[in-house]
Design a protein around this ligand. Structure first.
Ligand code: ASP
Length: 324
């Protein structure tokens, strides 16, 4: 039997509901510990509690520490299942996919309803994740998110509903596999991405969403915070209100990389429009366009990338030419 390590980090999957008040909070003992009998039929499973945090409290530093733990234990297990709060689950999954260099299955899962709530998906998602982790087809697929009978790549998956169990979707390309009663079925394959192992996180990267009527003052305020990089969720195909252009130029002139994604959840950014603030003008100024990533994930990638280089041309290659 394969040997799988479950690493708990917190989130609703680690919580219980107080039946008198309805409040959901972290319990002293992990509610799924002791339920390993359910998964022992599939694999030899060991558990480890890494953190007990609601995922809004998870930081990139926690993500790096989790990656270090996985790296240290990599040779001892055939695969890993990480349980995590769903709010920032996609950021942790994508971070791990960028920094871990392994062919072994790394599965991230969570729950929308805690273990003692009616209709809980906690134990079900955990069992599904172990089943995916032991699947030979899950090898060489990078980090996968398993929720609600679906398998999603870390790069594209996002939480789409605040409370629905079917919340995790991959809006651009859909899931790459499903979990049925009988099998784990991958129906799409992934193009390989690059790994960027890092040992520290020292950079400051901000994320800004473009809105109509936005002025340069907000970017000026960010400039005063001395950023190492900025990610902007632009409009449509990658356009910005014209009043921000001068401030964008000032940042680029001081060698601060600006990564542009779209605030649309589908489609690509491309330098189509030549008007003031249009994508063509931004690209000519040196704004770096990237596709396949949401703003939060582009920010994670820039945090990681800046640990490797601050050379604009290398950053451009990493963001414009690579498959995310
Ligand atoms: N707020 C919770 C968290 O992310 C939501 C969840 O886990 O589903 O920790």
């Amino acid at each position: 039997m394969k040997k799988i390590l479950i690493i708990h980090t917190g989130g609703t999957i680690s919580m219980l509901e107080d039946k008198t008040t309805g409040k959901v909070s972290i319990s002293n003992e992990h509610p799924l510990s002791g339920l390993v009998d359910y998964v022992n039929t599939y694999a030899v499973v060991e558990e480890r509690i890494e953190f007990s945090l609601p995922s809004p409290q998870i930081t990139p530093e926690h993500m790096l520490s989790l990656a270090n733990t996985i790296n240290q234990l990599l040779n001892m297990y055939d695969g890993f299942v990480i349980t995590h709060g769903t709010d920032t689950l996609e950021e942790t999954a994508y971070f791990l996919s960028l920094v871990l260099d392994t062919e072994k299955p790394i599965i991230v899962t969570g729950a929308m309803r805690s273990y003692n709530e009616i209709g809980s998906d906690a134990l079900y998602n955990l069992i599904s994740s172990v089943r995916v982790a032991i699947s030979k087809d899950a090898r060489k697929k990078g980090v996968l998110v398993v929720m609600n009978d679906e398998i999603h790549p870390a790069s594209n998956v996002t939480k789409t509903s605040t409370s629905n169990i079917a919340t995790f979707q991959s809006p651009q390309y859909g899931p790459i596999g499903i979990i049925t009663k009988e099998k784990v079925l991958f129906h799409h394959s992934l193009l390989p991405g690059n790994a960027y192992p890092i040992t520290s996180l020292t950079k400051k990267v901000y994320l800004l969403t473009a809105v109509s009527g936005m002025k340069g003052d907000i970017i000026q305020a960010i400039r005063y915070l001395k950023p190492d990089g900025l990610v902007i969720e632009g409009l449509g195909q990658g356009n910005l209100p014209k009043d921000v252009v001068d401030e964008i130029k000032l940042l680029i002139d001081s060698s601060i990389p600006i990564i542009l994604v779209s605030r649309c959840y589908q489609g690509v950014v491309q330098p189509t429009y030549g008007y003031d603030g249009g994508g063509r003008q931004l690209k000519d100024m040196g704004v770096i366009f990237t596709n396949g990533l949401t703003g939060p994930k582009a920010r994670i990638k820039l945090l990681v990338a800046l640990e490797k280089t601050n050379d604009m041309n290398v950053l451009k290659k990493m963001f414009e030419e690579e498959i995310n």
